[in-house]
Design a protein around this ligand. Structure first.
Ligand code: COA
Ligand code: ZN
Length: 307
């Protein structure tokens, strides 16, 4: 079996994670969380979201967060942008990497960004053209790639069509998302080769949520298909307020534990990610869901108690 030797992790905790928290997380805490993530070896940290503050009040402080984080050399900090207004705000704050986002489900796209998929592609065509002219790196998200929270049918072909459209308008890379955590490995094994027939594999990341416990199995299935980039969230934070029932991203600690255990390099220090997760957990009203985080914390506590 030929698994990739090296994998890139896109850290989602500060955006996909914090956009879904009920507790108010102060700007200082967000900045300190991202600064801790910057010291872990992660090369891609999605920092925040320049969407409508009415849609996502949790990230209404995007401009301040982005301006205040310490940008570590060699680390990129993409931000979510839904339209030209968001793009202008992101640029004013200093962003040089953005992510646009649409979906394979028509109903989800309507609820999430108040556009049809076709309308969203028209909006993003303008955003991406502007970004390319400005030398800004662009990622395109395809959400709900394995199922919709609203029951409308999502086919692999619809995922491929949206993906191809995003690449054609100039996106540098894609993230294919199981927003509600319904996918299983056989679906991953079916979808990835269809994407790879049209788009270079090295431009595709997979984004799994662990809502039904299948995220790590899906990561493994994607590795077997040659995918070498994954989105993950420190401590397993995350979810989308517009996707009822969706829980967090697969935990960064869980993915690192799996990859490092199989001898796959990431360049990321698992203990340092745990420290960042421990820090943000102190600002939340619930325990973190990452199993590797919980197990490694408990093992450390036992070792400390015994010494
Ligand atoms: N940043 C700040 N404000 C914005 C904005 C942006 N990127 N885009 C729109 N707005 C403001 C408008 O100025 C307008 O304000 P007003 O009511 O004070 O005049 C208001 O939001 C409505 O603007 P409109 O263009 O009509 O947008 P809409 O109501 O159709 O909403 C989106 C469309 C895309 C802006 C909104 O649905 C959104 O931000 N969704 C993001 C959802 C999300 O982040 N989900 C999680 C990620 S998966
Ligand atoms: Zn997500």
């Amino acid at each position: 079996m030929h698994l990739p030797k090296r994998v890139t992790i896109f850290e989602m905790g500060a955006r996909d994670g914090l956009q879904n928290e009920a507790a108010h997380v102060p700007t200082d805490v967000k900045v300190a969380f991202i600064d801790r993530l910057s010291a872990t070896g992660l090369r891609w940290i999605e920092a925040t979201s320049f969407v409508s503050p009415k849609a996502i009040p949790q990230l209404a402080d995007a401009s301040e967060v982005f301006a205040r984080i310490r940008k570590a050399p060699g680390v990129r900090y993409p931000v979510l942008v839904p339209n030209l207004k968001g793009y202008a705000r992101a640029r004013a704050a200093g962003a040089d990497a953005i992510a646009v986002f649409t979906a394979a489900s028509e109903t989800f796209t309507q609820r999430n960004i108040n556009m049809s998929i076709a309308q969203s592609l028209d909006v993003f065509r303008e955003v991406v053209a502007q970004a390319k002219a400005d030398g800004v790196w662009v990622r395109g998200y395809v959400s709900t790639a394995f199922g919709s929270p609203f029951g409308d049918v999502v086919t692999a072909q619809s995922v491929v069509d949206v993906s191809v459209a995003l690449m054609a308008m100039g996106c540098d890379a894609l993230s294919i998302g199981d927003t509600i955590g319904v996918g299983v490995p056989s679906q991953v094994a079916e979808l990835v080769p269809q994407l790879a027939a049209q788009i270079p594999l090295e431009r595709i990341a997979m984004h799994f949520h662990d809502t039904r416990g299948t995220a790590l199995a899906n990561v493994y299935a994607a590795l077997q298909c040659g995918i070498a980039a994954f989105d993950a969230s420190a401590g397993g934070l995350g979810g989308c307020p517009y996707a009822p029932g969706a829980t967090g991203n697969v935990g960064t600690e869980d993915v690192l534990y799996l990859l490092h255990g199989m001898g796959i390099e990431t360049g990321v220090d698992l203990a340092a990610v745990r420290a960042a997760s421990r820090f943000i957990a102190g600002a939340l009203d619930h325990a973190l869901t990452s199993k590797a985080f919980a197990a490694l914390e408990a093992a450390d506590a036992r070792a400390t108690a015994a010494s």
